[in-house]
Design a protein around this ligand. Sequence first.
Ligand SMILES: C[S@@+](CC[C@H](N)C(=O)[O-])C[C@H]1O[C@@H](n2cnc3c(N)ncnc32)[C@H](O)[C@@H]1O
Length: 212
Amino acid sequence: MEDSNGGDATDHYWSGSPDIGSRPRQVELLLPDLDLRLTTDHGVFAADRIDRGTRYLLREGPQVREGAVELLDLGCGYGPIATVLALRNPGARVWAIDVNPRARDLCRTNAAAVGADNVVVAEPDEVPVDLRFDACWSNPPIRIGKAALHGLLASWLDRLVPDGSAHLVVHRHLGADSLARWLDGQGWATVRRSSRKGYRLLDVAAGTDAPR
Ligand SMILES: C[S@@+](CC[C@H](N)C(=O)[O-])C[C@H]1O[C@@H](n2cnc3c(N)ncnc32)[C@H](O)[C@@H]1O
């Protein structure tokens, strides 16, 4: 199955086990404004392609508002979202975080290869605790399970500036609509920006009690 978070539940693409063999290869990320070649490898999400959901997010997501300084790619994988955000917003810094060490290495390599020197690749715990984000973009790791996903999203959405926003791509079959309802119910006003072939682009507003 090729879709956001594709692969079966035993993939554990987020574990980044060093035991997984390495076979680097390149994929092309073609967008109206950019044409990038990115290196991928075994053991990371969508290793043989640009995920359709990711491409959709990058094509249909909103422009980052002018003056934005800190951007977050939550679950960067090999870096398709982080690199594009960084190239489109050279005045901003893009935090690309992932628990998978191989994904982080690839993201670092890819950012350097495309000249996106405003990408900071980090483990989640390495992000300074007082840092606040103007926007978060993510093809989130649905396969970690609902409770873990909710906890993950809650922890990072709480770090948006008061007028910040998050832009998530999730497939309908992977619970996009119930996730949107959950987010909304938790105080992060969520609207469906658009929908295509089962993918939902969700715009999520910072909570009203976001720290100032
Ligand atoms: C659906 S993939 C998206 C990868 C990449 N952004 C893309 O679009 O190809 C989700 C990513 O989230 C990462 N992830 C899983 N749990 C995480 C966590 N607790 N914190 C940060 N990233 C996590 C996974 O390793 C995976 O790379």
